[in-house]
Design a protein around this ligand. Sequence first.
Ligand code: GRF
Length: 177
Amino acid sequence: MIGVLVSGEGSNLQALLDASLPVCAVASNRAGVRALERAAAAGVPGSAFELSEFADRAQRDATMANWLQEQGVRLVVCAGYMHLLTPQFLDRFPDRIVNVHPSLLPEFPGARAIDDALAAGVETTGVTVHLVDQGLDTGPVIRQEPVPVQPRETLIQRIRAVEHRLLPEVVSELCVR
Ligand code: GRF
C-alpha cells in the first residue's frame, strides 16, 4: 500500500493513480493544494500536515508517519514533496521511501533543478527516481533517464512526461518486493 507525499500540483500523484497503483493515503505539507483535490477525486484519503501547526519538524513528521501507518502505508513516494524528511520519519519506513527528481542526480539537486540545468548550459539533463535519505536529493539512485535540453521551450513538459512514466514503473516494481 502506497502513501504519497505532495506539496502542490500533484501531477506525479495523478500518474500513480492513473497507473492504478494501490495509493491508500496522500499527505501534504500544505493545505488546499491541487494534489489533495486529486486525491479526493480519486477517493483516496488525504490530509495536510502544515509545519505551523506543530512544535517542530520532528513532531510534524512523527504525526504524519503515524497517520500514514494507520492508513496501511508500506511504501512512501515523495511526488513533488518540497520538504526534507527528518530521521524520525525515515526510521519509520526504512529503505521504503522514494523520490522523483527532475535532473540526473547527483547533478542539480534541490528545488530549482531544471533552472539550474538551463543556467549551467548542459546539453542533457533528465529524471532520477531514488531512495530517500537524510540529504537533499542524495539517496541511492534506482533509475535514471536522460532528457535533451533542446528545445529549451519544451524542456519542462518533456521532463514531466518522463517523470510520469518512470515513477509509476519504478513504484510498481517496488510494490511487488
Ligand atoms: C516534479 O518535477 C518533481 O520531480 C519535483 O517537483 C515537481 C512537482 O510536480 N520535485 P507535481 O506536484 O508532481 O506536479
